[in-house]
Ligand binder design. Sequence first.
Ligand code: TGC
Ligand code: FAD
Length: 389
Amino acid sequence: MARSLGDLDFFGLEEFLAPEERLARDTVRAFVEREVAPVIERHFAEGTFAMELVPRMGELGLFGANLTGYGCAGMSNVAYGLMMQELEAGDSGLRSFASVQSSLAMYAIYAFGSEEQKRRFLPEMAQGRLIGCFGLTEPDHGSDPAGMETRARRDGDGWVVNGVKRWITNGTVADVAVLWARTDDGLRGFLVEKGRRGFSTHDIQGKFSMRASITSELVFDDVRVEESERLPQAAGLKAPLSCLTQARYGIAWGAIGAARACYLCALDYTKARRQFSRPLAGYQLVQAKLVDMLTGITNAQLIALRLGQLKDRGQMRPEQVSFAKRYNVVVALEAARAARDLLGANGIVNDYPVIRHMLNLETVNTYEGTHNIHTLALGRAITGLAAFD
Ligand code: TGC
Ligand code: FAD
Protein backbone atom coordinates (compact mmCIF):
# COMPACT_ATOMS: atom_id res chain seq x y z
CA MET A 1 0.00 0.00 0.00
CA ALA A 2 2.99 2.29 0.59
CA ARG A 3 3.53 4.87 -2.07
CA SER A 4 5.72 7.97 -2.36
CA LEU A 5 4.22 10.86 -0.42
CA GLY A 6 4.86 13.18 -3.32
CA ASP A 7 2.82 11.85 -6.19
CA LEU A 8 0.37 14.68 -6.76
CA ASP A 9 1.00 17.53 -9.21
CA PHE A 10 -2.03 17.66 -11.51
CA PHE A 11 -1.19 21.07 -13.01
CA GLY A 12 2.57 20.57 -13.37
CA LEU A 13 3.61 23.11 -10.73
CA GLU A 14 7.00 21.40 -10.52
CA GLU A 15 8.28 23.55 -13.37
CA PHE A 16 7.82 26.72 -11.30
CA LEU A 17 10.17 25.48 -8.58
CA ALA A 18 13.87 26.35 -8.54
CA PRO A 19 16.29 23.40 -8.26
CA GLU A 20 17.15 24.32 -4.67
CA GLU A 21 13.44 24.42 -3.78
CA ARG A 22 12.93 20.93 -5.20
CA LEU A 23 15.99 19.75 -3.31
CA ALA A 24 14.71 21.22 -0.02
CA ARG A 25 11.34 19.53 -0.55
CA ASP A 26 12.80 16.18 -1.54
CA THR A 27 15.21 16.18 1.39
CA VAL A 28 12.41 16.71 3.90
CA ARG A 29 10.21 14.20 2.08
CA ALA A 30 12.92 11.56 2.39
CA PHE A 31 13.40 12.45 6.07
CA VAL A 32 9.67 12.03 6.69
CA GLU A 33 9.48 8.73 4.83
CA ARG A 34 12.58 7.26 6.50
CA GLU A 35 12.58 8.75 9.97
CA VAL A 36 9.12 10.07 10.80
CA ALA A 37 6.77 7.49 9.27
CA PRO A 38 8.22 4.54 11.24
CA VAL A 39 7.73 6.22 14.65
CA ILE A 40 4.84 8.63 14.35
CA GLU A 41 1.91 6.29 15.04
CA ARG A 42 3.56 5.15 18.26
CA HIS A 43 4.14 8.74 19.40
CA PHE A 44 0.55 9.65 18.57
CA ALA A 45 -0.79 6.59 20.42
CA GLU A 46 1.37 7.30 23.46
CA GLY A 47 0.79 11.04 23.40
CA THR A 48 4.49 11.88 23.15
CA PHE A 49 6.50 14.23 21.00
CA ALA A 50 9.34 12.74 18.90
CA MET A 51 12.08 14.77 20.56
CA GLU A 52 14.69 12.51 18.97
CA LEU A 53 13.87 14.08 15.59
CA VAL A 54 14.68 17.65 16.65
CA PRO A 55 18.48 17.50 16.11
CA ARG A 56 17.87 15.95 12.67
CA MET A 57 15.46 18.74 11.74
CA GLY A 58 18.15 21.18 12.85
CA GLU A 59 20.72 19.47 10.63
CA LEU A 60 18.33 19.70 7.68
CA GLY A 61 18.16 23.48 8.15
CA LEU A 62 14.41 23.39 8.77
CA PHE A 63 14.33 25.82 11.67
CA GLY A 64 14.18 29.42 10.54
CA ALA A 65 14.93 28.17 7.02
CA ASN A 66 13.60 31.36 5.40
CA LEU A 67 15.50 33.70 7.73
CA THR A 68 18.89 35.07 6.69
CA GLY A 69 22.03 35.23 8.83
CA TYR A 70 22.48 34.10 12.44
CA GLY A 71 23.04 30.50 11.33
CA CYS A 72 19.75 30.29 9.42
CA ALA A 73 19.56 28.70 5.97
CA GLY A 74 18.34 31.80 4.08
CA MET A 75 16.11 29.79 1.75
CA SER A 76 13.23 31.20 -0.27
CA ASN A 77 9.76 31.32 1.24
CA VAL A 78 8.61 28.83 -1.38
CA ALA A 79 11.32 26.41 -0.20
CA TYR A 80 10.26 26.93 3.42
CA GLY A 81 6.62 26.31 2.49
CA LEU A 82 7.50 23.11 0.65
CA MET A 83 9.42 21.91 3.70
CA MET A 84 6.38 22.55 5.91
CA GLN A 85 4.23 20.68 3.38
CA GLU A 86 6.46 17.62 3.59
CA LEU A 87 6.69 17.71 7.38
CA GLU A 88 2.93 17.87 7.74
CA ALA A 89 2.55 14.93 5.34
CA GLY A 90 4.23 13.14 8.25
CA ASP A 91 2.24 14.71 11.07
CA SER A 92 0.76 18.12 11.87
CA GLY A 93 2.42 17.98 15.28
CA LEU A 94 5.87 17.88 13.75
CA ARG A 95 5.04 20.81 11.49
CA SER A 96 3.67 22.60 14.54
CA PHE A 97 6.98 22.17 16.30
CA ALA A 98 8.79 23.64 13.29
CA SER A 99 6.24 26.46 12.89
CA VAL A 100 6.51 27.53 16.50
CA GLN A 101 10.27 27.26 16.57
CA SER A 102 10.76 29.06 13.23
CA SER A 103 7.87 31.37 12.48
CA LEU A 104 6.81 32.32 15.97
CA ALA A 105 9.76 32.13 18.37
CA MET A 106 12.74 32.67 16.02
CA TYR A 107 10.88 35.19 13.87
CA ALA A 108 9.87 37.22 16.96
CA ILE A 109 13.53 37.46 17.97
CA TYR A 110 14.66 38.08 14.38
CA ALA A 111 12.14 40.86 13.74
CA PHE A 112 11.88 42.49 17.17
CA GLY A 113 14.96 41.43 19.13
CA SER A 114 18.17 43.31 19.94
CA GLU A 115 21.38 42.38 18.14
CA GLU A 116 22.56 40.66 21.31
CA GLN A 117 19.34 38.62 21.59
CA LYS A 118 19.58 37.57 17.94
CA ARG A 119 23.22 36.47 18.30
CA ARG A 120 22.55 34.60 21.49
CA PHE A 121 19.40 32.70 20.51
CA LEU A 122 19.04 32.34 16.74
CA PRO A 123 22.08 30.19 15.85
CA GLU A 124 21.28 27.75 18.66
CA MET A 125 17.58 27.67 17.76
CA ALA A 126 18.40 27.08 14.08
CA GLN A 127 20.30 23.94 15.15
CA GLY A 128 17.47 22.81 17.42
CA ARG A 129 19.79 23.05 20.44
CA LEU A 130 17.53 25.65 22.03
CA ILE A 131 13.75 25.30 21.81
CA GLY A 132 11.33 28.20 21.81
CA CYS A 133 7.62 28.63 22.46
CA PHE A 134 5.22 31.50 21.86
CA GLY A 135 2.84 32.58 24.62
CA LEU A 136 -0.03 34.66 23.32
CA THR A 137 -3.25 32.75 24.09
CA GLU A 138 -4.68 32.77 27.60
CA PRO A 139 -7.40 30.66 29.22
CA ASP A 140 -9.97 33.44 28.69
CA HIS A 141 -8.51 35.13 25.59
CA GLY A 142 -8.00 33.10 22.41
CA SER A 143 -9.41 34.71 19.29
CA ASP A 144 -9.17 38.12 20.95
CA PRO A 145 -5.61 38.40 22.26
CA ALA A 146 -6.05 42.15 22.68
CA GLY A 147 -8.02 41.30 25.84
CA MET A 148 -5.06 39.52 27.47
CA GLU A 149 -4.66 39.79 31.24
CA THR A 150 -1.00 38.81 31.63
CA ARG A 151 0.74 41.86 32.94
CA ALA A 152 4.32 43.08 33.11
CA ARG A 153 4.80 45.94 35.57
CA ARG A 154 7.89 48.08 35.87
CA ASP A 155 10.07 47.22 38.85
CA GLY A 156 13.22 49.31 39.12
CA ASP A 157 15.27 48.69 36.00
CA GLY A 158 13.34 45.52 35.11
CA TRP A 159 9.86 44.01 35.06
CA VAL A 160 7.67 41.67 37.09
CA VAL A 161 5.31 39.42 35.17
CA ASN A 162 2.08 37.79 36.37
CA GLY A 163 -0.39 35.77 34.34
CA VAL A 164 -1.23 32.49 32.64
CA LYS A 165 -0.77 31.43 29.01
CA ARG A 166 -2.60 28.34 27.82
CA TRP A 167 -2.50 26.03 24.80
CA ILE A 168 1.17 26.77 24.22
CA THR A 169 2.93 24.39 21.81
CA ASN A 170 6.33 23.17 23.12
CA GLY A 171 5.71 24.96 26.45
CA THR A 172 7.21 22.38 28.81
CA VAL A 173 10.23 21.63 26.61
CA ALA A 174 11.05 25.20 25.64
CA ASP A 175 14.29 26.78 26.80
CA VAL A 176 12.89 30.21 26.10
CA ALA A 177 9.33 31.52 25.98
CA VAL A 178 8.41 34.49 23.82
CA LEU A 179 5.88 36.05 26.15
CA TRP A 180 3.37 38.73 25.26
CA ALA A 181 2.12 40.86 28.15
CA ARG A 182 0.22 44.04 28.83
CA THR A 183 2.22 46.97 30.26
CA ASP A 184 1.34 50.57 31.13
CA ASP A 185 2.69 51.48 27.68
CA GLY A 186 0.67 48.84 25.80
CA LEU A 187 1.48 45.31 24.73
CA ARG A 188 5.15 44.23 24.86
CA GLY A 189 7.17 41.08 24.19
CA PHE A 190 9.66 39.41 26.55
CA LEU A 191 12.05 36.47 26.44
CA VAL A 192 11.61 34.38 29.57
CA GLU A 193 14.03 31.52 30.02
CA LYS A 194 13.25 28.16 31.55
CA GLY A 195 13.98 27.82 35.25
CA ARG A 196 13.28 31.43 36.08
CA ARG A 197 11.90 31.73 39.62
CA GLY A 198 8.09 31.87 39.60
CA PHE A 199 7.85 30.52 36.03
CA SER A 200 6.25 27.05 35.86
CA THR A 201 4.83 24.92 33.05
CA HIS A 202 2.69 21.82 32.75
CA ASP A 203 1.25 19.84 29.87
CA ILE A 204 -2.41 19.74 28.91
CA GLN A 205 -3.67 16.16 29.05
CA GLY A 206 -6.61 14.42 27.39
CA LYS A 207 -6.06 15.66 23.82
CA PHE A 208 -7.60 13.65 20.99
CA SER A 209 -5.85 15.88 18.44
CA MET A 210 -2.14 16.76 18.08
CA ARG A 211 -1.26 13.87 20.35
CA ALA A 212 2.28 13.78 18.96
CA SER A 213 2.81 17.41 19.95
CA ILE A 214 3.34 19.06 23.33
CA THR A 215 0.69 21.58 24.39
CA SER A 216 1.18 23.35 27.68
CA GLU A 217 0.15 25.97 30.17
CA LEU A 218 2.69 28.60 31.29
CA VAL A 219 2.24 30.19 34.70
CA PHE A 220 4.03 33.42 35.65
CA ASP A 221 3.92 34.18 39.34
CA ASP A 222 5.87 37.35 40.12
CA VAL A 223 8.55 36.46 37.57
CA ARG A 224 11.40 38.95 37.41
CA VAL A 225 12.44 39.81 33.83
CA GLU A 226 15.28 42.19 32.98
CA GLU A 227 14.90 45.09 30.59
CA SER A 228 17.56 43.37 28.42
CA GLU A 229 15.09 40.47 28.05
CA ARG A 230 12.40 42.63 26.53
CA LEU A 231 12.11 42.56 22.72
CA PRO A 232 13.02 46.21 22.08
CA GLN A 233 11.34 46.57 18.68
CA ALA A 234 7.99 45.01 19.67
CA ALA A 235 5.24 47.51 20.52
CA GLY A 236 1.53 46.79 20.38
CA LEU A 237 -0.54 43.88 19.05
CA LYS A 238 0.92 44.34 15.58
CA ALA A 239 4.13 42.60 16.73
CA PRO A 240 2.63 39.21 17.70
CA LEU A 241 0.17 39.42 14.81
CA SER A 242 3.12 39.81 12.41
CA CYS A 243 4.57 36.59 13.84
CA LEU A 244 1.21 34.89 13.32
CA THR A 245 1.29 35.92 9.67
CA GLN A 246 4.58 34.02 9.27
CA ALA A 247 3.23 30.90 10.95
CA ARG A 248 -0.07 30.99 9.08
CA TYR A 249 1.91 31.11 5.85
CA GLY A 250 3.61 27.83 6.82
CA ILE A 251 0.28 26.28 7.80
CA ALA A 252 -1.22 27.11 4.40
CA TRP A 253 1.51 24.92 2.88
CA GLY A 254 1.56 22.33 5.63
CA ALA A 255 -2.13 21.51 5.31
CA ILE A 256 -1.50 20.42 1.71
CA GLY A 257 0.88 17.73 2.95
CA ALA A 258 -1.67 16.26 5.34
CA ALA A 259 -4.39 16.41 2.65
CA ARG A 260 -2.11 14.77 0.09
CA ALA A 261 -1.25 11.92 2.47
CA CYS A 262 -4.98 11.26 3.01
CA TYR A 263 -5.82 11.48 -0.69
CA LEU A 264 -3.04 9.11 -1.79
CA CYS A 265 -3.97 6.65 0.94
CA ALA A 266 -7.64 6.71 -0.12
CA LEU A 267 -6.73 6.37 -3.80
CA ASP A 268 -4.54 3.32 -3.20
CA TYR A 269 -7.02 1.79 -0.80
CA THR A 270 -10.06 2.15 -3.05
CA LYS A 271 -8.15 0.77 -6.04
CA ALA A 272 -7.11 -2.29 -4.04
CA ARG A 273 -10.28 -3.04 -2.11
CA ARG A 274 -13.09 -4.87 -3.89
CA GLN A 275 -16.73 -4.80 -2.80
CA PHE A 276 -19.60 -6.22 -4.84
CA SER A 277 -18.17 -6.79 -8.32
CA ARG A 278 -15.14 -4.47 -8.55
CA PRO A 279 -12.63 -2.20 -6.81
CA LEU A 280 -14.24 0.59 -4.79
CA ALA A 281 -12.46 3.11 -7.04
CA GLY A 282 -14.58 1.86 -9.93
CA TYR A 283 -17.80 3.23 -8.42
CA GLN A 284 -19.02 6.69 -9.39
CA LEU A 285 -19.74 7.84 -5.83
CA VAL A 286 -16.21 6.92 -4.79
CA GLN A 287 -14.68 8.64 -7.81
CA ALA A 288 -16.67 11.79 -7.03
CA LYS A 289 -15.07 11.93 -3.58
CA LEU A 290 -11.58 11.34 -5.00
CA VAL A 291 -12.08 14.02 -7.64
CA ASP A 292 -13.29 16.53 -5.04
CA MET A 293 -10.18 15.80 -2.99
CA LEU A 294 -7.91 16.21 -6.00
CA THR A 295 -9.62 19.48 -6.94
CA GLY A 296 -9.35 20.93 -3.46
CA ILE A 297 -5.71 19.95 -3.05
CA THR A 298 -4.77 21.31 -6.47
CA ASN A 299 -6.48 24.63 -5.68
CA ALA A 300 -4.62 24.71 -2.36
CA GLN A 301 -1.29 24.08 -4.14
CA LEU A 302 -1.92 26.94 -6.57
CA ILE A 303 -2.81 29.30 -3.73
CA ALA A 304 0.22 28.33 -1.65
CA LEU A 305 2.66 28.66 -4.53
CA ARG A 306 1.34 32.07 -5.53
CA LEU A 307 1.41 33.20 -1.90
CA GLY A 308 5.02 32.07 -1.65
CA GLN A 309 5.95 33.94 -4.80
CA LEU A 310 4.35 37.10 -3.40
CA LYS A 311 6.13 36.63 -0.07
CA ASP A 312 9.47 36.17 -1.84
CA ARG A 313 8.87 39.49 -3.60
CA GLY A 314 7.88 41.19 -0.33
CA GLN A 315 4.34 41.72 -1.62
CA MET A 316 2.31 39.30 0.51
CA ARG A 317 -0.58 40.88 2.44
CA PRO A 318 -1.98 39.49 5.73
CA GLU A 319 -5.46 39.09 4.23
CA GLN A 320 -3.98 36.85 1.52
CA VAL A 321 -2.50 34.73 4.29
CA SER A 322 -5.92 34.58 5.97
CA PHE A 323 -7.40 33.44 2.66
CA ALA A 324 -4.79 30.71 2.22
CA LYS A 325 -4.82 29.47 5.82
CA ARG A 326 -8.62 29.38 5.92
CA TYR A 327 -9.13 27.70 2.55
CA ASN A 328 -6.24 25.24 2.57
CA VAL A 329 -7.07 23.94 6.04
CA VAL A 330 -10.72 23.38 5.09
CA VAL A 331 -9.59 21.51 1.97
CA ALA A 332 -7.33 19.34 4.12
CA LEU A 333 -9.99 18.68 6.74
CA GLU A 334 -12.56 17.76 4.09
CA ALA A 335 -10.05 15.51 2.32
CA ALA A 336 -9.20 13.78 5.59
CA ARG A 337 -12.86 13.24 6.44
CA ALA A 338 -13.60 11.92 2.95
CA ALA A 339 -10.59 9.58 3.09
CA ARG A 340 -11.67 8.33 6.49
CA ASP A 341 -15.07 7.51 5.04
CA LEU A 342 -13.61 5.75 1.99
CA LEU A 343 -11.48 3.49 4.15
CA GLY A 344 -14.56 2.19 5.95
CA ALA A 345 -13.70 0.48 9.23
CA ASN A 346 -10.01 0.68 8.35
CA GLY A 347 -10.43 4.44 8.46
CA ILE A 348 -10.61 4.42 12.25
CA VAL A 349 -7.44 2.47 13.03
CA ASN A 350 -3.80 3.48 13.02
CA ASP A 351 -2.80 0.95 10.38
CA TYR A 352 -3.44 3.94 8.12
CA PRO A 353 -2.47 7.59 8.78
CA VAL A 354 -5.88 9.03 7.90
CA ILE A 355 -7.67 9.23 11.26
CA ARG A 356 -4.55 10.77 12.83
CA HIS A 357 -4.38 13.47 10.16
CA MET A 358 -8.12 14.08 10.48
CA LEU A 359 -7.93 14.54 14.23
CA ASN A 360 -4.86 16.78 13.95
CA LEU A 361 -6.51 18.98 11.35
CA GLU A 362 -9.29 19.83 13.80
CA THR A 363 -6.60 21.70 15.75
CA VAL A 364 -5.09 23.25 12.63
CA ASN A 365 -8.54 24.63 11.81
CA THR A 366 -8.66 26.23 15.28
CA TYR A 367 -5.17 27.52 16.00
CA GLU A 368 -3.42 30.44 14.33
CA GLY A 369 -6.81 32.12 13.88
CA THR A 370 -9.93 30.00 13.70
CA HIS A 371 -11.87 29.53 10.48
CA ASN A 372 -14.36 32.17 11.67
CA ILE A 373 -11.63 34.67 12.53
CA HIS A 374 -10.11 34.39 9.05
CA THR A 375 -13.58 34.74 7.54
CA LEU A 376 -13.97 37.98 9.47
CA ALA A 377 -10.45 39.15 8.53
CA LEU A 378 -11.35 38.63 4.86
CA GLY A 379 -14.76 40.21 5.37
CA ARG A 380 -13.04 43.29 6.77
CA ALA A 381 -10.54 43.35 3.91
CA ILE A 382 -13.22 43.35 1.21
CA THR A 383 -15.83 45.56 2.90
CA GLY A 384 -13.70 47.86 5.03
CA LEU A 385 -16.05 47.03 7.92
CA ALA A 386 -14.80 45.10 10.98
CA ALA A 387 -17.32 42.57 12.29
CA PHE A 388 -15.19 41.01 15.04
CA ASP A 389 -16.98 42.76 17.89
P1 TGC B 1 -6.29 44.90 14.62
O1 TGC B 1 -6.80 46.28 14.96
O2 TGC B 1 -6.85 44.20 13.44
O3 TGC B 1 -4.73 44.96 14.44
C1 TGC B 1 -3.85 45.56 15.37
C2 TGC B 1 -2.60 45.96 14.59
O4 TGC B 1 -2.01 44.78 14.02
C3 TGC B 1 -2.01 44.86 12.57
N1 TGC B 1 -2.39 43.54 12.05
C4 TGC B 1 -1.52 42.68 11.52
N2 TGC B 1 -0.20 42.77 11.27
C5 TGC B 1 0.40 41.69 10.73
N3 TGC B 1 -0.25 40.55 10.43
C6 TGC B 1 -1.57 40.42 10.68
N4 TGC B 1 -2.20 39.29 10.38
C7 TGC B 1 -2.27 41.51 11.24
N5 TGC B 1 -3.56 41.73 11.61
C8 TGC B 1 -3.62 42.97 12.10
C9 TGC B 1 -3.02 45.93 12.23
O5 TGC B 1 -2.71 46.54 11.01
C10 TGC B 1 -2.89 46.88 13.40
O6 TGC B 1 -1.72 47.65 13.19
P2 TGC B 1 -1.64 49.18 13.72
O7 TGC B 1 -0.37 49.70 13.13
O8 TGC B 1 -2.87 49.85 13.19
O9 TGC B 1 -1.63 49.09 15.21
O10 TGC B 1 -6.46 44.02 15.91
P3 TGC B 1 -7.75 43.35 16.52
O11 TGC B 1 -7.60 43.41 18.01
O12 TGC B 1 -8.99 43.92 15.90
O13 TGC B 1 -7.58 41.81 16.13
C11 TGC B 1 -7.81 41.32 14.90
C12 TGC B 1 -7.82 39.79 14.91
C13 TGC B 1 -9.09 39.23 15.53
C14 TGC B 1 -7.77 39.38 13.44
C15 TGC B 1 -6.60 39.23 15.67
O14 TGC B 1 -6.74 39.45 17.04
C16 TGC B 1 -6.40 37.76 15.45
O15 TGC B 1 -5.73 37.38 14.47
N6 TGC B 1 -6.91 36.86 16.34
C17 TGC B 1 -6.63 35.43 16.28
C18 TGC B 1 -5.64 35.06 17.35
C19 TGC B 1 -4.70 34.00 16.90
O16 TGC B 1 -4.57 33.66 15.75
N7 TGC B 1 -3.95 33.43 17.85
C20 TGC B 1 -2.94 32.48 17.52
C21 TGC B 1 -2.07 32.20 18.72
S1 TGC B 1 -0.54 31.40 18.32
C22 TGC B 1 -0.97 29.88 17.82
O17 TGC B 1 -2.09 29.53 17.68
C23 TGC B 1 0.15 28.97 17.53
S2 TGC B 1 -0.39 27.43 17.02
C24 TGC B 1 0.99 26.54 16.88
C25 TGC B 1 1.43 26.36 15.45
O18 TGC B 1 1.50 27.32 14.67
O19 TGC B 1 1.72 25.24 15.06
P1 FAD C 1 -12.34 31.00 21.09
O1 FAD C 1 -11.70 32.28 20.74
O2 FAD C 1 -13.06 30.93 22.39
O3 FAD C 1 -13.34 30.60 19.92
C1 FAD C 1 -14.32 29.54 20.07
C2 FAD C 1 -15.23 29.56 18.84
O4 FAD C 1 -15.86 30.85 18.74
C3 FAD C 1 -14.48 29.37 17.52
O5 FAD C 1 -15.28 28.64 16.63
C4 FAD C 1 -14.29 30.78 17.01
O6 FAD C 1 -14.17 30.83 15.61
C5 FAD C 1 -15.58 31.43 17.47
N1 FAD C 1 -15.46 32.88 17.60
C6 FAD C 1 -14.64 33.60 18.42
N2 FAD C 1 -14.82 34.91 18.25
C7 FAD C 1 -15.75 35.05 17.27
C8 FAD C 1 -16.36 36.16 16.61
N3 FAD C 1 -16.02 37.42 16.93
N4 FAD C 1 -17.26 35.91 15.66
C9 FAD C 1 -17.61 34.66 15.30
N5 FAD C 1 -17.06 33.54 15.89
C10 FAD C 1 -16.14 33.75 16.86
N6 FAD C 1 -1.70 29.75 21.21
C11 FAD C 1 -0.51 30.35 21.43
O7 FAD C 1 -0.44 31.53 21.82
N7 FAD C 1 0.66 29.68 21.22
C12 FAD C 1 0.69 28.39 20.82
O8 FAD C 1 1.76 27.82 20.64
C13 FAD C 1 -0.55 27.72 20.60
N8 FAD C 1 -0.57 26.39 20.26
C14 FAD C 1 -1.76 25.73 20.22
C15 FAD C 1 -1.77 24.34 20.06
C16 FAD C 1 -2.96 23.64 20.09
C17 FAD C 1 -2.96 22.15 19.99
C18 FAD C 1 -4.18 24.35 20.21
C19 FAD C 1 -5.50 23.60 20.21
C20 FAD C 1 -4.19 25.71 20.36
C21 FAD C 1 -2.98 26.42 20.39
N9 FAD C 1 -2.94 27.80 20.63
C22 FAD C 1 -1.74 28.45 20.81
C23 FAD C 1 -4.17 28.53 20.90
C24 FAD C 1 -4.97 28.87 19.66
O9 FAD C 1 -4.38 29.90 18.93
C25 FAD C 1 -6.40 29.24 20.11
O10 FAD C 1 -7.01 28.04 20.52
C26 FAD C 1 -7.18 29.91 19.01
O11 FAD C 1 -6.68 31.20 18.72
C27 FAD C 1 -8.68 30.02 19.34
O12 FAD C 1 -8.88 30.50 20.63
P2 FAD C 1 -9.85 29.73 21.66
O13 FAD C 1 -9.47 28.31 21.67
O14 FAD C 1 -9.85 30.48 22.92
O15 FAD C 1 -11.29 29.80 21.00
